[in-house]
Write a protein that binds this ligand. Structure first.
Ligand SMILES: Nc1ncnc2c1ncn2[C@@H]1O[C@H](COP(=O)(O)OP(=O)(O)OP(=O)(O)O)[C@@H](O)[C@H]1O
Ligand SMILES: [Mg+2]
Length: 411
């Protein structure tokens, strides 16, 4: 019987609040988990950005990565460490790099999901290069954005094919506004997507390994109110449906931490945005839901590190296509996709592990979110984002919402 320490690295950018809470709770948990006759403990530290030898070892067992989608040095260090040092990260970095919103739409259309009618449009302008002019002169076909709009139907959304962060998203209602949005889109390659009309629910489902949380979302509210605190907004069967959609997408793309937005219209759920493999983790957006997120970070990373879960290095799409090809209803297919996801995310083993080794975690988290340490972490994030004269008021607002979560979730 040996004493083993698993190293968990936090690869961070602007994140302030959840890492402090994660570290604070880890300390309080003081875990010593028996695994295969050994006693496993955990050490958490922050990953630095520096030159690296491609053959150097990697000290971490698991890295919680918040940089792959934009900081290339970190992404390439992670790729090297997966390939050479058996590192585990939640989101397959090759998949993050290659699979844009566009690919996610195509793949989920192929699996039978009701993605709204979507067209890709060549960009309005190009980075000058010797090949651009002859290529477009020979093969670029003149087109009418208005006609694409008529095919898709108005209202429609013009948005970048690789979108994220609400960048350059425009709702257009006729030919004139469609042209205007296109004229202003510059070098971006755009989608024109049919707007889901008269939707009565907008839900963001956050998937974290096999864990899921559905939140009622209000896109028209200011940033700090978009995640609502509603708890009773869909039936259990719809909750299960949205979890299966999210798990399917995440298992398909090798993303273990991702969020999926779906709109309900006429009783049908339309997924519209689900390539977000580094979802917002800030207390300033999540507030009431923030403790759930911190808990999910903890449980999944502890499980992966303790059990030395194997990082799936490649994607395997064929089993999904085999189900898609069957002559069965979409709901039956979705059940099949979700079964693959539950196998890949080891749902049963994870739940057993949490019940056996992390039984006290809920209470430790619940107690932590009453401490000055937690309040200071919230304040730090608020101070980084809000003007000085609003810091107190917003810290208090988010803190009150966290206390509401504590009142609702008393263990
Ligand atoms: N097909 C659609 N039907 C209705 N509303 C839509 C549709 N597409 C986009 N929207 C609206 O535009 C917003 C931004 O679109 P989308 O989520 O696709 O872009 P994004 O850049 O990925 O945004 P974010 O990262 O904030 O989620 C959505 O939250 C929604 O309010
Ligand atoms: Mg979105």
């Amino acid at each position: 019987m040996a004493d083993i320490t698993r190293e968990i690295g936090l690869s961070l950018g602007a994140d302030l609040c959840w890492p402090l809470c994660y570290e604070g709770i880890m300390k309080r948990l003081d875990l010593a988990i028996p695994v295969d006759g050994d006693t496993v403990r955990f050490h958490v530290e922050r990953v630095t950005i520096e030159p690296f030898d491609l053959r150097q070892p990697c000290k971490y067992d698991v890295v919680i990565d918040r940089l792959t989608h934009w900081l290339h040095t970190s992404r390439e260090w992670i790729k090297k460490s997966i390939l050479m040092n058996d590192l585990y990260v939640f989101n397959n970095p090759w998949s993050v790099q290659a699979n844009e919103k566009h690919t996610s739409y195509c793949a989920m259309m192929a699996l039978g999901m009701p993605i709204p009618e979507t067209w890709m449009i060549p960009p309005k302008s190009y980075e000058p290069s010797p090949d651009v002019k002859p290529t477009l002169q020979r093969y670029g076909k003149l087109f009418d954005v208005g006609k694409v709009g008529a095919k898709v139907g108005y209202p429609a959304f013009l948005k970048p094919y690789d979108g994220g962060g609400w960048r350059a998203v425009t709702r257009v209602t006729n030919e004139k506004t469609a042209w205007k949005a296109y004229e202003e889109s510059g070098k971006a390659v755009m989608h024109m997507q049919a707007g889901v009309k008269d939707y009565d629910r907008f839900v963001r489902c956050i998937g974290f390994g096999p864990q899921a949380q559905c939140v009622l979302y209000n896109p028209d509210a200011p940033l700090h109110d978009r995640y609502t605190m509603e708890t009773d907004f869909i039936a259990q069967a719809e909750w299960d449906h949205l979890r299966k959609i999210t798990m399917t997408i995440n298992a398909f793309f090798g993303w273990e931490f991702n969020s999926c937005e779906s709109l309900r219209a006429g009783g049908v759920w339309y997924p519209i945005d689900f390539a977000n493999p580094c979802p917002d983790s800030q207390v300033t957006s999540l507030h009431y839901h923030f403790p759930w997120l911190v808990k999910s970070y903890l449980k999944w990373s502890i499980f992966c590190a303790a059990t030395k879960r194997k990082m799936p290095k490649t994607l395997n799409w064929e089993p999904f296509y085999a189900i898609a090809a069957k002559d069965i209803s979409f709901e039956e297919k979705l059940d099949g996709y979700a079964r693959i996801a539950d196998e890949r995310f080891e749902t049963a083993r994870f739940e057993e592990f949490c019940a056996k080794h992390l039984g006290h975690l809920d209470e430790v988290v619940w107690e932590f979110f009453a401490t000055q340490e937690a309040r200071d972490a919230v304040r730090l994030k608020v101070a980084a984002l809000f003007p000085a004269h609003e810091v107190e008021a917003f810290t208090e607002l988010f803190w009150r919402r966290i206390q509401k979560w504590r009142a609702d979730q008393k263990p």
